[in-house]
Design a binder for this molecule. Structure first.
Ligand code: T4K
Length: 391
């Protein structure tokens, strides 16, 4: 264990090798490689092969949902979903999200109208959404940021009352639940990301979950060029298919998902325990009464109390090879493609994106790492100057 006093003696960084946010979790490598050999034996690489079919079945069972359709990534999954459901003109989205969320609308000529977030939950602020509805609004995309469910009931009620489509970007929320039901069962559909940086990965990948049979049928057509049978195209589609190798990784990841989650939770609890008494540092809380993947360890830094701002803390951590990330910074409304968007003044989003910092979690992080990181952060808070110069 590294103590504060030890840090004073450190002339080399705390970690010799970088400790990343978003390091992939990998299940049993031999089982994965066995599946890869099967792929070569079959000489069937994509277009709905047996591993994708098996992965789809397993996902559906895991989530308790009628359909969970694997796709090549969540961004394309969102694009397909938005088109399948018929969103057009303007769609309400949070700005405090990864830029893929608004891009999936803008890419098909739909204007993302950015809404502010609730500073406590980091999700869409239901009290502020309704004001943004115009005659051009056709839908809402809620994002379950850090895996924590949006205010689903309130959003569902609003969407119903104002005749809007409602879908969820559940990129962070695989393995999480809301009111005892797995995420994947809400809105018209939900889209997961299985990108390498997610706690559950298929290298690149994602899935669209829905309980609506007609919508599922449409999505299946759309992600395969609109083919209904050989030589028969009945819809203008795209290529959103998952490959066999991605499904091999997905099946292998699924076998270890409980271990990944247990490891994330252990780490998350330890971070909280080690940082709870540090003035000006708050570790964002995940709801204990729901299932959760505990992937994200998010610090909120109160500069006045901590005596150092978020960016200086990030620089200090980077100097020690702890590659903390500013997810999400800046808010999407501040990014170049969206700066002219009239919905641009979002006080809470701006404040939040200047105070959050994401710390490494997952199977590549151990107890000793976390104690060292927490000790270093505590030390940073005690110093008003740049701590890296004194360590
Ligand atoms: N909606 C939301 C709310 C999302 O967060 C995302 C994705 C999406 C939609 C779209 O999902 P996908 O279409 O990607 O399925 C990363 C990921 O690329 C992105 O998937 C993720 N969100 C976003 C939050 O983070 P970057 O630009 O920050 O990635 P990058 O390359 O800087 O890597 C992040 C960290 O992960 C680095 O510290 C290194 C580490 N890393 C990364 C990769 C790829 C590894 O250790 N190994 C790896 O293989 O976007």
């Amino acid at each position: 264990m590294v103590k504060d006093s030890d840090l004073n003696e450190l002339s080399t960084p705390l970690f010799l090798k970088p400790l990343h946010v978003g390091r992939p979790n990998v299940g049993n490598r031999d089982r994965f490689l066995k599946r890869v050999h099967e792929i070569f034996d079959q000489m069937w690489f994509t277009n709905g092969g047996i591993l994708v079919q098996q992965f789809e079945k397993e996902l559906t069972r895991y989530l308790g949902v009628k359909h969970c359709i694997p796709v090549c990534n969540a961004t394309l999954g969102l694009e397909i979903a938005i088109r399948a459901i018929g969103m057009q003109a303007e769609v309400l989205v949070p700005s405090f999200t990864f830029v893929a969320t608004p891009h999936s609308l803008a890419w098909q000529g739909i204007t993302p109208v950015f809404c502010d977030v609730n500073p406590l939950t980091h999700n869409l602020d239901i009290r502020k959404i309704e004001k943004k509805i115009t005659p051009r609004t056709t839908g809402i995309i809620g994002v379950h940021v850090w895996g924590n469910a949006c205010e689903i009931e309130a959003l569902t009620e609003l969407a119903k009352r104002r005749n809007l489509h409602l879908i969820f970007d559940a990129a962070h929320a695989f393995g999480c639940s809301h009111q005892g039901k797995m995420i994947g069962n809400f809105g018209a559909l939900e889209v997961f990301s299985f990108h390498a940086t997610k706690f559950f990965n298929t290298f690149e990948g994602g899935a669209i979950a829905t309980n609506n049979d007609d919508l599922a049928a449409k999505i299946r057509l759309m992600k395969n060029f609109g083919f209904s049978a050989m030589d028969q195209v009945i819809f203008p589609g795209t290529n959103g298919k998952m490959t066999e190798i991605a499904a091999a990784m997905g099946l292998t990841s699924l076998e270890s998902i409980n271990e990944f989650i247990a490891c994330n939770k252990r780490n998350y609890d330890l971070y909280r325990q080690c940082l709870q008494s540090v003035p000006g540092i708050k570790v964002f809380e995940h709801p204990s009464e729901q299932r959760h993947n505990y992937q994200y360890v998010i610090l909120e830094i109160n500069e006045d109390e901590f005596k150092m701002n978020r960016d200086s803390l990030m620089e200090a951590l980077h100097s020690q090879n702890v590659l903390a990330r500013r997810y999400f910074f800046p808010g999407c409304h501040q990014m170049k493609p969206y700066q002219t968007n009239p919905s641009a003044h979002l006080e809470q989003t701006d404040a939040l994106s200047s105070r959050v910092l994401s710390l490494p979690n997952g199977t590549s992080v151990n107890e000793r790492d976390i104690r060292a990181i927490a000790s270093f952060i505590r030390k940073c808070g005690k110093q008003r100057k740049n701590p890296t110069k004194e360590i």
